[in-house]
Design a protein around this ligand. Structure first.
Ligand code: AHR
Length: 514
């Protein structure tokens, strides 16, 4: 039995709800088919947005949605996606499958979706192939309330009032698909672009600087050094967040494994690589801290999740993959890591919301299924906007021998002799009503574990539990949509002022303590 001690007197940081954010790109069947089917579709929709999908997303209280990319963002020209649909430019989506992009989903459609979901908008602007003027005019079109060329154009296109847009990404992966820049050059470009990204309302835009790919600490150092003179400390509001992208891909970038069939070693590798997120957050934060000791900047992990081979018979450029209990483990572990680093992690966006990579929803025509990852988001939703509590969990390490790992794609650039990870992951928060949310992942594929939860200075009156569990490759498909689902968890008892929970192997559990 392991002990989990919770210090209810030490609230360490607010877990911003945006940590539970999502990402939607013009990629494969994420936007088209997944979210947007058009007003004339037979699939039930409201103004073109699928009703079933919107309902499912609202049920997990999706807090923020990033759009239009990804790599697509740095070749997106927003004026192609406004005005009468029949006049909108048809173009090639060069990044993703070379398919025709007809721009029928543009600014008005995205803001309609955000409105239906009741979430914040996070719009990623084009630095790679755009211009300062194009970006500045998009911000004016979106947010300016008054007499101006862009406000007039918006009204001509059927929308008088401005929208509420909070988060603005200034470029995406500018070290790669967003322009192959070096960090100093990009950060200087950022200073110019962000200057003309005006605040037209009292609510200041939350502007996000393109941060590193995985463990590129040189990038973080370069951008921070260049951006330091304009940090909020100096009284400006040009930068509020720095992004970080890290995907879990067992086998490495060039030799990714499959989503549904994998070995025990691949499972251990997947979980071990997932834990690398913690080191990345810590080490990039250490660099950021040197330039921003007051923690005014948020770390925005706006792309995370598993990335496997595409499902057989699907377009390789569409990045469509299935999702199993293994992905549920990855989701729970990542969300726990973000929660535990809530003092720095201000937002995170799983890649991607529907039909792409570690999706929470998959669709096939009019059918829709919720993946195991969706159910983990459901389990964790009470952490949103709660206070992270100090906690300590006894743990043990699980390990398996590693074979033939390419050092180039190994975490930290060194081939490990073994894949290792802690058996249990957890995070604990207190909501505004005083209730405690404890989430625990037992990632062992062999053994159950009992955990004795000891909340200090808290009187337990009531406990309720929910669980997601199954065989490691258990998943939902269109013939069996509810094989993996959230179930009531009753394998616990209260003993004195403690709770003893028996966690099955391969389980994600949420205990609500009141
Ligand atoms: O999510 C898929 C792609 O991964 C995004 O477009 C890009 O930003 C990243 O490389």
């Amino acid at each position: 039995m392991k002990r989990l001690v919770i210090n209810t007197l030490n609230k360490k940081a607010k877990i911003h709800k945006e940590i539970y954010g999502h990402f939607s790109e013009h990629l494969g069947r994420c936007i088209y088919e997944g979210l947007y089917v058009g007003e004339k579709s037979d699939i039930p929709n409201t103004n073109g947005m699928r009703n079933d999908v919107v309902k499912a997303l609202k049920d997990i209280n999706i807090p923020v949605l990033r759009w239009p990319g990804g790599c697509f963002a740095d070749e997106y020209h927003w004026k192609d996606g406004i005005g009468p649909k029949e006049n909108r430019k048809k173009m090639i989506n060069t990044h993703w499958g070379g398919v025709t992009e007809d721009n029928s989903f543009g600014t008005h459609e995205f803001m309609e979706l955000v409105d239906q979901l009741g979430c914040e908008a996070y719009i990623n602007m084009n630095v790679g192939s755009g211009s300062v003027q194009e970006m500045s005019e998009w911000v004016e079109y979106l947010t300016f309330n008054g007499l101006s060329p862009m406000a007039a154009l918006r009204e001509k296109n059927g929308r008088k009032d401005p929208w509420n847009v909070k988060f603005i990404g200034v470029g995406n992966e500018n070290w790669g698909c967003g322009g192959m820049m070096n960090p100093e050059h990009y950060a200087n470009e950022y200073r110019r672009y962000a200057t003309f990204c005006r605040n037209y309302t009292d609510k200041k835009l939350f502007k996000i600087l393109c941060g590193p790919n995985v463990d590129d600490y040189n990038w973080t150092e370069g951008i921070m050094k260049t951006i330091a003179p304009i940090l909020p400390v100096s009284g400006t509001d040009l930068v509020a967040g720095v992004s970080l992208h890290y995907y879990t891909h067992p086998g490495g970038w060039d030799n990714k494994g499959k989503a549904l069939t994998f070995t025990k070693e691949e499972y251990y590798e997947t979980i071990s690589r997932t834990y690398y997120m913690e080191e990345l957050i810590r080490r990039h934060s250490d660099i950021i801290n040197r330039y921003d000791p007051d923690h005014t900047l948020g770390l925005i992990v706006d792309e995370w999740g598993t990335w496997y081979q595409v499902e057989e018979g699907t377009n390789p450029g569409f990045l469509y993959q299935q999702n199993t209990i293994r992905d549920a483990m990855v989701a729970g572990i990542n969300l726990d890591i973000f929660n535990r680093h809530a003092d720095r992690v201000r937002m995170a966006n799983i890649a991607q919301m529907i039909n792409v990579l570690q999706a929470v929803i998959l669709t096939d025509g009019e059918k829709m299924i919720k993946t195991p990852t969706y159910h983990v988001f459901d389990l964790y939703k009470d952490h949103m906007d709660a206070d992270l509590l100090e906690s300590y969990l006894e743990n043990e390490e699980l390990t398996i021998e590693a074979h033939n790992v390419n050092p180039k794609t190994a975490p930290g650039g060194v081939s490990p002799e073994a894949w290792k990870f802690p058996k249990l992951s957890h995070s604990v928060s207190m909501s505004s009503d005083g209730s405690i949310t404890v989430t625990i992942v037992n990632a062992s594929d062999e053994d159950a574990e009992s955990v004795k939860i000891i909340p200090v200075e808290y009187e337990i009156k009531d406990v309720a539990g929910r669980i997601v569990t199954g065989e490691v490759d258990a998943h939902n498909d269109f013939d069996d949509p509810d094989k993996v689902a959230v179930k009531e968890f009753t394998a616990f008892k209260t003993e004195g002022n403690t709770v003893i929970a028996d966690l099955p192997k391969l389980s994600v559990v949420c205990l609500k303590i009141r």
